[in-house]
Design a protein around this ligand. Structure first.
Ligand SMILES: Cc1cc2nc3c(=O)[nH]c(=O)nc-3n(C[C@H](O)[C@H](O)[C@H](O)COP(=O)(O)OP(=O)(O)OC[C@H]3O[C@@H](n4cnc5c(N)ncnc54)[C@H](O)[C@@H]3O)c2cc1C
Ligand code: FES
Ligand code: FES
Length: 473
C-alpha cells in the first residue's frame, strides 16, 4: 500500500507515495496549512502544535495537543488532526483565538497558532473544573509549558487562558468528543527511503522484529523525531508499536501494577490518578504537556539515555521490565537492564512490553530533578527515592540516580549506609556524603561533575527535611 488517508479539519486528505521520515508538520505545511510553524523541529517551542483525536477510554474522543514536527506522517494513517485553521476563521474566531486577540496575546504571531492549539486542548479537556490549578476557570497553565513566545511576554497569554469559559453545547469541536476516536489502522509502506510498518497486533510486530532485528521501533517519536530532523537519521525499517493493544495495558494485581510500554505519559498519569505518588511527583517535571502526550515509557527506557527520567523513578520503585520476543516473554529487573552507555539487555527481536512495579509501594517517596530550567528541560541529575520506616529505623530504601554515570544506577553505598539504621539527621548526613560519591559524574554543557555530586547529596538531605519528620541525633 502506498497511500492512506488523514482527516484534517474534518476533511479526509489522501496521502500518496508517503515516505517514512516525512513529518506531519511538513506535510501539513506543504498542503497549505501554514498556521503550524517550524520553530525548532525538536519539540522545544510548540510552534508546530496540532490537536489529534485519541480514544478517551470510555468510547469517546480526547483532543490532545502534540508536536507535529516529531510525528512521522505514516503513523497518522487513518487518524484525525485539527490545526489552528480548523478552530475558527477570521470572521468567526474560536473563543481561544478571540481571547488571545483581545488581550494582546500575540505580537509577531509566529508562536500564536501553537499557543492557540495547546490552549484549545486545555479548553476541551473534560476534567477541567472551576477552581482547579489555582485558576477560577480551572485552566492548567502548565498545559502551555511546551510553547515558547519570544515577543509577547506570557502575562497576556495567561490572561487569555484564564478568561476562557466552558465550550457551549453548540460547539462542533466539543461534540467530536462524544463519538469514538478513529481506530489505529495497520499499514505497510515500502519505498526507496525505507519501509514503514504499523502492525495489527503484537505477534505481527514480533514477527517483523525477528525478520528485521535492526528495525527502529517508533512509539511517541519524541526521541526518534529529533534524530530524524536534527541529526538526519534514517531507518531502513520502522515498526510503529505505540498503538498495539498489548502494549497499552494498565492493570492492578495483588502484588504488582503493570504499565504498558506503549502508553504515553499523560495517559499513565491520568489512569494512575496519583495512586503511585512517586510517579505523580515525577510526571509534571518531565518535558511539557505536548511531549508527555506522546512520549512513552518504552521509548524512555529503550533509548537507555543516562539522563532519562523514568529510570531513577522506576529503580526506586524496584520495577522490572517484561521483554517480549517471538520466543516468549521474560522479566528483567530494571537494575539489570542497562548494560553500558545506551546499551541494554534487549536481545535481537525483543521489545519492552510492559513495566512491572511491585506492591505494596514504599510509603515515603520523593523525586528530585536538577535542570537548567524548572520545567521543560532534560535533567542534569535526577534522583528517585522510595523508603519504608520501621518505627524510626530504615526498613527498606531504594534510590535511583540519573545523570551521574554511563547508565542510570542505584545509590548502593547510600542505601547500605541507611538500611537498618535510625532515620536521624546524623545517619542521613553520612549517607548523603556517600551519595555524593556515587557514580562517575562528568562535566558537560549541562553541569559540572562537582555540581552533579553536590546535587546528589542535596537530594537526600532535601528528602529527609521535606518528606519526614526531622529527628535529632
Ligand atoms: C523537548 C523534549 C523534552 C524532553 N524532556 C525529557 C525529560 O524531561 N525527561 C526525559 O527523560 N526525557 C525527555 N525527553 C526525551 C523523550 O521525550 C523521552 O525519552 C521519551 O520517553 C521517548 O519516548 P517516545 O515514545 O517518544 O520514544 P520514540 O522516539 O518513539 O522511540 C525512541 C526509541 O526508543 C526505543 N523504543 C521505543 N519503544 C520501545 C519499546 N516498546 N521497546 C524497546 N524499545 C523501544 C526505540 O529504539 C526508539 O527508536 C524530551 C524530548 C524532547 C524532544
Ligand atoms: S517546531 Fe518547535 S516544537 Fe515543533
Ligand atoms: S508573538 Fe512573536 S513569538 Fe510569540
Amino acid at each position: 500500500m502506498d497511500s492512506f488517508t488523514v482527516t484534517v479539519n474534518g476533511q479526509p486528505r489522501e496521502v500518496q507515495g508517503a515516505r517514512p521520515h516525512t513529518t506531519l508538520l511538513n506535510w501539513l505545511r506543504d498542503g497549505g496549512l501554514t498556521g503550524c510553524k517550524e520553530g525548532c523541529a525538536e519539540g522545544e517551542c510548540g510552534a508546530c502544535a496540532v490537536l489529534v483525536s485519541r480514544p478517551d477510554g470510555r468510547g469517546g474522543t480526547r483532543l490532545e495537543s502534540v508536536n507535529a514536527c516529531l510525528v512521522m506522517l505514516p503513523a497518522m494513517n487513518g487518524q484525525e488532526v485539527i490545526t489552528a485553521e480548523g478552530l475558527g476563521t477570521p470572521n468567526h474566531l474560536h473563543p481561544v483565538q478571540h481571547e488571545m486577540a483581545v488581550r494582546g496575546g500575540s505580537q509577531c504571531g509566529y508562536c500564536t497558532p501553537g499557543f492557540v492549539v495547546s490552549m484549545a486542548a486545555e479548553y476541551y479537556r473534560p476534567e477541567r473544573r472551576e477552581g482547579e490549578h489555582h485558576a477560577p476557570n480551572g485552566f492548567d497553565i502548565h498545559s502551555l509549558s511546551g510553547n515558547l513566545c519570544r515577543c509577547t511576554g506570557y502575562r497576556p497569554i495567561q490572561d487569555a487562558a484564564h478568561a476562557l469559559g466552558t465550550p457551549p453545547e453548540s460547539d462542533t469541536i466539543a461534540m467530536l468528543r462524544t463519538r469514538p476516536a478513529p481506530a489505529p489502522q495497520a499499514l505497510h509502506l515500502s519505498g526507496p527511503d525505507g519501509d514503514f510498518h504499523r502492525p495489527a497486533d503484537l505477534p505481527e510486530a514480533l514477527d517483523l522484529l525477528a525478520e528485521h532485528p535492526d528495525a527502529t521501533l517508533l512509539a511517541g517519536g519524541t526521541d526518534w523525531g529529533v534524530e530524524v530532523n536534527i541529526r538526519h537519521a534514517r531507518a531502513g525499517v520502522t515498526i510503529a508499536v505505540d498503538a498495539l493493544d498489548e502494549l497499552r495495558e494498565l492493570e492492578w494485581h495483588d502484588d504488582h501494577v503493570r504499565i504498558g510500554a506503549g502508553l504515553n505519559l499523560s495517559e499513565i498519569e491520568r489512569r494512575l490518578d496519583g495512586r503511585i505518588p512517586l510517579m505523580a511527583e515525577w510526571f509534571p517535571q518531565f518535558a511539557s504537556r505536548l511531549i508527555r502526550n506522546s512520549a512513552t515509557l518504552g521509548g524512555n527506557l529503550g533509548t537507555a539515555s543516562p539522563i532519562g527520567d523514568s529510570p531513577p523513578t522506576l529503580l526506586a520503585l524496584d520495577a522490572s521490565l517484561i521483554l517480549a520476543s517471538r520466543g516468549g516473554e521474560r522479566d528483567v529487573p530494571l537494575s539489570e537492564f542497562f548494560k553500558g552507555y545506551r546499551q541494554t539487555e534487549l536481545r535481537d527481536g525483543e521489545l519492552i512490553r510492559a513495566v512491572r512495579i511491585p506492591l505494596p509501594l514504599a510509603p515515603v517517596t520523593g523525586f528530585y530533578k536538577y535542570a537548567k530550567r524548572r520545567f521543560d528541560d532534560i535533567s542534569s541529575v535526577a534522583v528517585g527515592i522510595a523508603m519504608e520506616l520501621d518505627g524510626n529505623m530504615v526498613g527498606r530504601i531504594r534510590i535511583g540516580l540519573g545523570g551521574v554515570a554511563a547508565t542510570p544506577i542505584r545509590a548502593l553505598k547510600a542505601e547500605a549506609a541507611l538500611i537498618g539504621q535510625p532515620w536521624t539527621e546524623r545517619t542521613v548526613r553520612e549517607a548523603a556524603r556517600l551519595m555524593g560519591q556515587e557514580g562517575t559524574p562528568l562535566s558537560d554543557h549541562r553541569a559540572s561533575a562537582e555540581y552533579r555530586a553536590a546535587m546528589l547529596e542535596q537530594a537526600l538531605l532535601k528528602f529527609f527535611y521535606e518528606k519526614t519528620e526531622v529527628v535529632g541525633g
